[in-house]
Design a protein around this ligand. Structure first.
Ligand SMILES: NC(=O)c1ccc[n+]([C@@H]2O[C@H](COP(=O)([O-])OP(=O)(O)OC[C@H]3O[C@@H](n4cnc5c(N)ncnc54)[C@H](OP(=O)(O)O)[C@@H]3O)[C@@H](O)[C@H]2O)c1
Length: 302
C-alpha cells in the first residue's frame, strides 16, 4: 500500500487513545489490539506481517496478542521482530498451552516465549484453555512467574462463567487480569452471563475473532442487508462495522477486540474503527438482525 501520511497516523492515533479499557490494576490498554494467529506460517507474508504490526503500534493498537501454539513459535518470532525497538510501547500478551499449565511447565514455556519474542518480560500471560492440570497449580505457576518479574500479570482464555467462578474460588484466583474468548456480532452468547460476571468482578474480556473469521458466519454477516446499510451510512466496510460493534461498550463492559491483520491496509482500516460510534438506532437494528440469545448457551470456541 502507499505510504500513510503523518497527519492520518496522528488523527487515527488520537481516536484510538480515546478508546481505552482499564485493567483492575489501573493499567490502560487500547480497546483495539492486534491478533497474530497464522502469522509466520507463510514466509512470503512475513515482511507484510511485520510492517502491519509496526504500523498498528504507531496507530495506537499497542496491545499485541500471540501464543506459543501459533505456528509452534513462528508467530511469536514474527512479533519479536516487529517489536524490535518498540518494546516499551507494546502491551505484550502470549499464551501457554494447557499441557504446560503447571509450575514447571509454565516456567519453561514462558522462558521459550520470552526468547522468541526478544524480551525479558510479558505484560500478560494467558492459559490458552483449560486442560487436565488442576487450576490451583496454574495459579501457583503464574504467581511464581509474577514474583520473578517474568510476567506482570496473568489471565485465562476460553473460560466460561462456571470456570471463572471456580477460578475465583481458589487462592489468588482473583488475580486473573482478563479472560480471552470468542465474540462477534454473530456469536453473542457471552452477553447473557459471562460479560455481566466479568464486569461485576472488574475483569476485562479480550474478544477474539472479532471479524468472525472462525466458523461459518462470516459471509452471512458480511452480506446481511442491515450490516451493509449501516456500514454504508458510515462510509466504512462491513468488517469495520463488525469491529466497531464489538467495542461499542468497550469502556463500560471492558471489551478489548484483537483483530488479526497481516496487511498494512487492513490494519489502517481496523484502527479507524476506533473512531466509529454507532447510534442507538443502529444498535437496535443490529440487535434485531443478530439477537443475543435469550438464555445461557455454551461458550463458543474456535
Ligand atoms: N484464545 C484463543 O483460543 C484464540 C482463538 C482464535 C484467535 N485468537 C486470537 O484472536 C485473534 C483474532 O482472531 P482471528 O485471527 O481468528 O480472526 P479475525 O481477527 O476475526 O480475522 C482475521 C482475518 O480477517 C482479515 N482481515 C483483518 N482485517 C481486515 C480488513 N480490514 N479487511 C479485510 N480483511 C481483514 C485478515 O486478513 P489479513 O491477515 O490478510 O489482513 C484475516 O484473514 C487471533 O489472531 C489470535 O491472536 C485467540
Amino acid at each position: 500500500m502507499s505510504e500513510i501520511d503523518d497527519e492520518t497516523i496522528a488523527e487515527v492515533r488520537r481516536q484510538m487513545q480515546k478508546r481505552t479499557v482499564t485493567l483492575a490494576d489501573g493499567t490502560k490498554v487500547p480497546a483495539i489490539g492486534q491478533g497474530t494467529w497464522r502469522m509466520g506460517d507463510d514466509p512470503k507474508k512475513r515482511k507484510s506481517e511485520i510492517e502491519a504490526l509496526r504500523l498498528g503500534v504507531s496507530l495506537g493498537m499497542t496491545l499485541i496478542d500471540t501464543a506459543e501454539l501459533y505456528g509452534y513459535g513462528k508467530s511469536e518470532q514474527v512479533v519479536g521482530e516487529a517489536i524490535k525497538g518498540l518494546r516499551d510501547q507494546v502491551f505484550l500478551v502470549t499464551k501457554a498451552l494447557p499441557g504446560n499449565g503447571d509450575r514447571k511447565g509454565l516456567a519453561a514455556a514462558c522462558e521459550k516465549s520470552l526468547r522468541r519474542l526478544g524480551t525479558d518480560h510479558l505484560d500478560l500471560y494467558l492459559l490458552h484453555w483449560i486442560g487436565s492440570v488442576p487450576i490451583e497449580e496454574t495459579i501457583e505457576g503464574m504467581e511464581a512467574l509474577k514474583k520473578s518479574g517474568k510476567i506482570l500479570r496473568w489471565g485465562v482464555s476460553n473460560f466460561d462463567t462456571s470456570d471463572m467462578e471456580n477460578l475465583w474460588s481458589k487462592s489468588n484466583g482473583s488475580h486473573c487480569a482478563v479472560n480471552q474468548v470468542l465474540y462477534h456480532l454473530g456469536s453473542r452468547g457471552i452477553e447473557v452471563d459471562l460479560i455481566p460476571w466479568q464486569r461485576e468482578h472488574h475483569m476485562p474480556i479480550m474478544a477474539y475473532c472479532p471479524l468472525a473469521e472462525a466458523g461459518s458466519l462470516k459471509q452471512h454477516l458480511l452480506s446481511d442487508q442491515s450490516v451493509k446499510k449501516i456500514a454504508e451510512a458510515h462510509s466504512i466496510t462491513p468488517l469495520q462495522l463488525l469491529l466497531a460493534w464489538s467495542i461499542r461498550n468497550a469502556e463500560t463492559d471492558g471489551i478489548i477486540a484483537i483483530p488479526k491483520a497481516g496487511q498494512p491496509g487492513h490494519v489502517l482500516e481496523n484502527a479507524k474503527a476506533a473512531g466509529i460510534v454507532l447510534t442507538e438506532e443502529e444498535r437496535v437494528v443490529l440487535d434485531k438482525a443478530f439477537p443475543r440469545p435469550q438464555h445461557k448457551v455454551p461458550l463458543d470456541i474456535v
